[in-house]
Design a protein. Structure first.
Length: 593
């Protein structure tokens, strides 16, 4: 067994098809000054062909990924139009009299190396996009258009050092059983595409294999656990066949829970909402009968493009979410950019620790033009449904009040223009900083709701960068200090009648469900894929056990003691369920919040 990183869930079993690593190797060709114009024409012709090819790929692939995910290729087009990249290529040609392919190769290497040196996982992954686009251009310049394609007549597990979005377009989802790469990241474009295609994916195996994987090796990959088996025993193969069959059977059984009320065994309702990043995910929101959208991450509207989205574009997306939800809650979080989510076209300062730096509400309060545009779009969408506004990374009352001042300015402008919106739109904040927890009593007086962002809260409370492999094992959501932070937040909200929900990873972790029952939290918002699994456990949990659970937890002094106290109340067996007599109509998809 080799441990990697699970980037797309599921089990894949089959023979390996290995894509060889393609390293460009050609002599450094110098040209005469009289040939410079001809070389520039070759460069521009290669760019035209590359752009046309990318446009065609995007058009062919939209039916597989959907409109939003194919914006990956808009980012590739933007690289070919990027003046910094092109000026670098042209400068090498003009100053050093090098052939077009040599100049392109040097420019690629320069930018890839520069991005690889950055201590930022997102930027490292963007280096692969530059390499992908550059390789496409080089193929046109050199006439080397042969692709190493996987077989079409038999299923396979694709293995590569790294994969690019362009290589992904050649995959047949019916033949590609799974993906294995030595490099890559969970937030890379390839990982996003794999999840959209439903293909299991394990990455991060560089330096962990004793011998390289060869074509024809039999592989088992577990995208949930992030493990790989090479040429496993017959016993291991049979074991994983059983796991795979149970996985599919479990998924089908869980789907039967969708029509049931979201409540404990003794009748206490706990709303199970969805965290989404695009309109496309609403289909699963309805399929799994989520109570609404507890977190709409708007930053994905801003990524993989070259300019900020205009008000009309944002309004159209927010309105579609509001209308499709038909009265269910849609909590729209304002732009949470910076840190591990930079924008290529937004100049942010270089920082030693961007997670503690210029990001989220701090950027928006500085860039009032961007903030106002987004607030206007959200307000306009509120006329068409149950829309709420949520600010991220609030650390003080001053920040909250400044944000609300901007909201009032946006409202005033819309009134003047005669544009309708919901005057009493509810406003809430993310509780994800220890500072916000400690002043939560004051904050609760001035907002309509709290949403606890456990991912960052755990990170900041424990001073653990969860993206740092050296200390990631110290990231512990069941540390007793986290319980104390949660209790303070919930107690503050309760004193002032402020609604409180949870929208971090702990919301979708069934191990934590007894904790939320103990704290009497009535709404959990999670990835759409987690909803039915959490509902299954919820249906077998008793709300009346809450006081005892809390009493046991407050006496715990270690995370192991916390887990030992929670485990008796964690239910993984399937709840008893009868199939509904008929599917729920769109109007009856869950109750409104």
């Amino acid at each position: 067994m080799v441990e990697g990183i699970g980037a797309s869930s599921g089990i894949a079993m089959g023979k390996a098809f290995v894509i060889p690593t393609w390293e460009w190797d050609f002599p450094e060709k110098l040209i005469d000054v009289t040939d410079l114009a001809y070389e520039f024409e070759r460069l521009y012709d290669g760019i035209r062909h590359s752009k046309s090819e990318i446009e065609q790929i995007k058009q062919d692939f939209v039916s597989v990924l959907g409109e939003e995910q194919t914006q990956i290729f808009d980012a590739h087009l933007a690289i070919l139009e990027d003046p910094v990249f092109m000026n670098e290529v042209q400068g090498i040609m003009q100053r050093q009299y090098k052939a077009a392919e040599v100049a392109v190769k040097e420019a690629i290497d320069k930018f890839v190396n520069m991005f690889d040196l950055l201590d930022d996982s997102y930027m490292k992954e963007r280096a692969l996009d530059i390499k992908d686009v550059g390789n496409r251009l080089l193929k046109h310049l050199l006439g080397a258009l042969e692709e190493t394609l996987p077989p079409k007549d038999e299923p396979y597990v694709l293995v590569a050092k790294e994969l690019s979005p362009s290589q992904m377009v050649h995959l047949d989802a019916n033949q590609a059983l799974g993906l294995v790469t030595m490099l890559g990241g969970k937030t890379s474009h390839v990982a996003i595409m794999a999840r959209a295609m439903g293909v299991p994916y394990v990455l991060g195996l560089e330096g962990k294999l004793q011998t390289p994987i060869q074509n024809g090796d039999y592989l088992i990959i577990d995208g949930d656990e992030g493990v790989l088996y090479v040429d496993p025993s017959d016993k291991m193969i049979e074991h994983y066949k059983g796991i795979k069959e149970k996985w599919y059977a479990m998924r089908e059984r869980l789907q039967l829970l969708a029509h049931l009320p979201s409540q404990t065994a003794d009748g206490r309702t706990v709303q199970l909402a969805a965290n989404i990043s695009s309109v496309k995910e609403l289909d699963l929101v309805f399929k799994n009968n989520a109570s609404g959208v507890g977190l709409f991450r708007t930053e994905f509207l801003y990524m993989d493009r070259s300019t900020f989205p205009e008000e009309e574009e944002q309004f159209a997306v927010y309105r579609e979410v509001a209308e499709q939800l038909q009265g269910k809650r849609a909590v729209i979080r304002t732009l949470d950019i910076g840190g591990d989510k930079p924008l290529d076209y937004l100049e942010l300062p270089e920082e030693d620790n961007p997670s503690l730096g210029y990001r989220a509400i701090r950027v928006m309060l500085d860039r009032k033009d961007l903030f106002k545009t987004q607030l206007r779009a959200i307000l306009r969408a509120s006329h068409y449904g149950n829309v709420r506004i949520m600010y991220p990374m609030i650390a003080s009352l001053d920040e909250l009040r400044k944000a609300n001042e901007m909201l009032e300015e946006a409202k005033s402008e819309l009134r003047t223009e005669g544009i309708p919106f919901r005057e009493e739109i509810e406003v809430g904040i993310m509780i994800e900083l220890p500072a916000a927890v400690m002043i939560s009593d004051s904050l609760a007086r001035e907002v309509d709701f709290f949403s606890i962002g456990t991912n960052d809260l755990v990170q900041y409370v424990l001073a653990v960068d969860r993206m740092n492999e050296t200390v990631a094992h110290l990231y512990d959501p069941f540390h007793p200090a986290i319980l104390q932070m949660l209790r303070i937040t919930v107690d503050s909200a309760r004193r002032h009648g402020t609604h409180v929900s949870v929208c971090g990873e702990m919301a979708g972790d069934i191990r934590a469900l007894p904790l939320w029952i103990a704290l009497d939290v009535s709404e959990l918002s999670m990835s759409v894929q987690s909803i039915l699994r959490v509902k299954n456990s919820l249906l077998q949990t008793r709300h009346s056990d809450g006081p005892k659970i809390l009493g046991d937890l407050v006496r715990c002094t270690t995370s192991k003691e916390m887990m030992d106290a929670l485990n008796p109340y964690v239910h993984t067996d399937l709840a008893e369920v009868t199939e509904p007599s008929q599917p729920a109509s769109p109007a009856s998809r869950g109750c409104c919040l």
